[in-house]
Design a protein around this ligand. Structure first.
Ligand code: AVI
Length: 319
């Protein structure tokens, strides 16, 4: 088997809204809001990797512990000769915990950050020479398409990291239902879901002492400067993250320190002091609450694993 990565460029939907279109629409709305998918330019992807190493961000290490412990059980559920599709593959680190036990025939990493995707899938191909590695540069939040010729007896979509939490519950349900339709019958979804817990633990995870999450949030403004030539007052915004109990979600915002105007070409966006740009929701579920959502999306929740402290869950949803 060659260690080359087969690359599928699916990032060609020029009819869809661009970063510029979405920024202009999002800043023009009240309250101002932007999709969290725009965090992940190259700098943002690196900052996210660093968030995952922060002591307060329990999600990554807890999920990795669960996966390492459950790998054999997961492999037994999935069976051999599978195609493992990782959605938002990022650094493709967590999948390494499954590969030896699962021994899939093919791996397909799907990510919105092209260079990051290429680097990490190349490393994966070099480290697992027996595995056929594919990379699809795509925005899977819009629609997942399996590249032609990339098949397996069984398809398992791996969606780790509680990225599902970045959708509102109704969107998460629609996304999972769409994913079910995109995958052949008999497929499954292995998905990491963060759990509701003590508010102090939740809020600390999104306000790490080293300020990495703050830098990740503020990088959105840097990205607007870099890519759109936006004029933003240096130090004009600060990071804010808090748990909204009624909605069971962490909200991240960029808070305007004073009255200011953010300018992109002919567009001028006025901010009042304390006004925010809402940049992310990260929904937290109970195990039963997430299983109910999965059922509404048409799945059968057939297995769930958690850690001893009940911080995080990994679900296997059969199609
Ligand atoms: C990718 N996603 C699941 C992360 C989360 O926890 O919602 C993104 C993140 N935002 C701030 N810290 C991490």
């Amino acid at each position: 088997m060659s260690t080359a990565v087969r690359f599928h460029d699916q990032h060609v939907d020029e009819t869809g809204p661009s970063f510029r279109d979405d920024v202009i629409a999002g800043l023009g709305r009240s309250p101002k809001a932007l999709s969290p998918k725009y965090f992940y330019d190259e700098q943002g992807s690196l900052l996210f990797e660093s968030i995952c190493r922060q002591p307060e961000y329990y999600l990554t290490r807890t999920e990795e512990g669960i996966l390492a412990e459950a790998a054999e059980e997961i492999a037994a559920l999935v069976g051999p000769e599978s195609l493992l599709v990782e959605l938002g593959s990022g650094a493709s680190r967590k999948v390494r915990l499954l590969l030896e036990a699962m021994r899939p025939t093919r791996y397909l990493g799907v990510d919105i950050s092209r260079d990051f995707l290429l680097q990490s899938t190349r490393r994966l191909a070099a480290d697992y020479p027996w595995l056929e590695v594919h990379a699809a540069w795509a925005d899977f939040s819009e629609r997942l398409r399996l590249p032609s010729g990339v098949e397996g007896r069984r398809v398992v979509a791996f969606f780790p990291g509680s990225s599902i939490g970045n959708f509102a519950p109704a969107e998460a349900e629609a996304f999972l239902a769409g994913l079910r339709r995109a995958l052949p019958p008999g497929s499954g979804v292995l998905i990491g879901v963060d759990l509701v817990k003590d508010i102090d633990i939740l809020e600390a995870a999104y306000n790490d002492a080293a300020g990495v999450t703050a830098a990740f949030n503020l990088n959105l403004l840097e990205r607007m400067r870099r890519e759109l030539g936006a004029t933003v007052e240096p130090g004009g915004f600060r990071h804010r993250a808090f748990f909204n109990e009624a909605a069971s979600r962490i909200e991240m915002h960029l808070v305007s320190e004073g009255r200011q105007t953010l300018v992109i070409d002919e567009y001028r966006f006025e901010f009042e002091p304390g006004e925010t740009l809402h940049t992310e929701n990260s929904c937290k579920y109970s195990v039963a609450g997430f299983q109910a959502l999965a059922r509404r999306a048409g799945y059968c929740p057939s297995a769930v694993w958690s850690d001893a402290e009940g911080l995080f869950s990994v679900h296997y949803l059969s199609n």
